[in-house]
Design a protein around this ligand. Structure first.
Ligand SMILES: [Zn+2]
Length: 413
């Protein structure tokens, strides 16, 4: 579990203001304190976005998605009409808001007013069914992002507390406590469909070979090539195929020639499901079906839609592998858990190879060693200087050398 903290605004964008204080400066204080508080819970914190730097929305959401964090806390402070006050948390419209609610609950205990916990859907026609706030919209569903508005800096009472170090400490401690509660709750223990793989292709190939020596392991590479295009975890997608096909032995109703690795459309012996022309197409259809569940956006540009059942899925309705139960597989009790369990098993039984020992690089001789040795051989350098060859020579040494050379030249005339 890793958390990335974003100090809202920065650089040319100073955000709101109140009583002569810029929001971006106050956000930095809160972001830094929150990082310390979370680390006290032994939570891994990515601080790379705690700075006074301006990022465009795309840059910011890209950095968050690529950070490998599970959760992003974007730290802000509000301003409105001077009268509004209190703490607010905003979560994704796709989330139950558990993280946000637990955080607000802890803040309420401090006595600081909590104004609201909410989510907001975009009203733009092109963003129907998406979040209003870009940092939440742009990071969903790879990272669970919440925006924390610690208080209203244009409200006199809030401002006094927000700028008081004791309250800064209490508020960030409360937020950290809420986050820690969430992490220890069952929801956070679920595994996201989207994100990066934990396993390397080699580990999965080794596992596949061990169970089914006849299998063509290049299918693993196909998963690792296609899944990231859709932001889907390649290792778990492949392990879903492993689960569905019994390690590519196709012992169920689906036959190998169908290239249908995840039982798409298969309901029983009389209906073995979809056929795909190639293994590539079959893998892509599988990934597309996962993408249909996990994401709300259309398939990446330039890709062919192979999954004929794509439009039957309620888009964005499943974020976690564990929640495929009863959806991908019916009744599917423990379906998603078994796929995640396979990932753990492979990681344990086929650990990453130890880092290869760096072979000793044969030391290349010093560039000037040849000259040194030849001069010595010719008797022009009386002492060995190889240990100090990079040190500057005194005028005296140069004079001696040139003089020796001069004498040598005269001698040979
Ligand atoms: Zn702000």
């Amino acid at each position: 579990m890793k958390i990335i903290i974003d100090s809202g605004h920065g650089g040319k964008d100073s955000g709101a203001s109140g009583f002569g204080v810029k929001e971006k400066d106050l956000n930095l204080v809160y972001a830094r304190l929150l990082a310390v508080k979370l680390e006290n819970y032994n939570i891994e914190v990515d601080r790379s976005l705690i700075n006074d730097h301006y990022y465009s929305p795309d840059e910011l959401t890209d950095k968050i998605k690529k950070s490998g964090a599970d959760i992003c806390i974007s730290c802000h402070n509000n301003a409105a009409n001077g009268a509004a006050r209190g703490f607010e948390v905003i979560h994704s419209i796709h989330s139950q808001g558990t993280l946000a609610k637990l955080t607000a609950e802890e803040v309420r205990k401090t006595g600081f007013p909590v104004r609201r916990v909410f989510s907001r859907e975009s009203t733009a026609p092109s963003r129907v069914g998406q979040d209003y706030y870009y940092i939440i919209r742009g990071t969903y569903p790879t990272v669970e992002t919440i925006i924390v508005e610690f208080g209203f800096m244009d409200n006199g009472e809030d401002f006094k507390l927000l700028t008081d170090p004791a309250w800064q400490d209490r508020l960030t401690a409360a937020v950290a406590a809420g986050i820690d509660k969430y992490i220890n709750s069952s929801i956070a223990l679920k595994t996201r469909i989207q994100g990066n793989s934990i396993l390397l292709p080699e580990q999965l190939k080794a596992a596949l070979k061990a169970v089914n020596s006849a299998a063509n392991t290049s299918i693993v590479d196909t998963y690792y090539r296609i899944a990231p295009v859709y932001g889907i975890k390649a290792d778990l997608a492949f392990l879903q195929a492993v689960h569905e096909t019994n390690w590519l032995r196709f012992t169920g109703v689906v036959k190998p020639e169908q290239n249908n690795f995840a039982g798409l459309g298969a309901t029983g012996p009389s209906n073995p499901g979809l056929f795909f022309p190639t293994a590539e197409a079959g893998v892509e259809a599988h990934i597309q079906h996962l993408y249909a569940y996990a994401a709300t956006t259309s398939i990446p540009e330039g890709r062919t839609l192979y999954d004929k059942r794509f439009h039957l899925v309620r888009r964005g309705s499943v974020t976690y592998w564990e929640d495929l139960n009863g959806k991908w597989a019916v009744p599917g009790i423990g379906y998603g858990e078994r796929i995640v369990e396979l990932q753990r098993t492979v990681a344990e039984r086929y650990p990453l190879p130890d880092k290869p020992v760096t072979p000793e690089i044969p030391s290349t001789p010093h560039w000037a060693k040849v000259c040194h040795d030849e001069l010595r051989k010719a008797g022009l350098l009386l002492n060995d200087h190889i240990d100090t060859i990079d040190q500057p020579a005194t005028k005296g040494v140069v004079f001696c050398l040139v003089n020796n050379l001069r004498k040598e030249l005269i001698k040979n005339e």
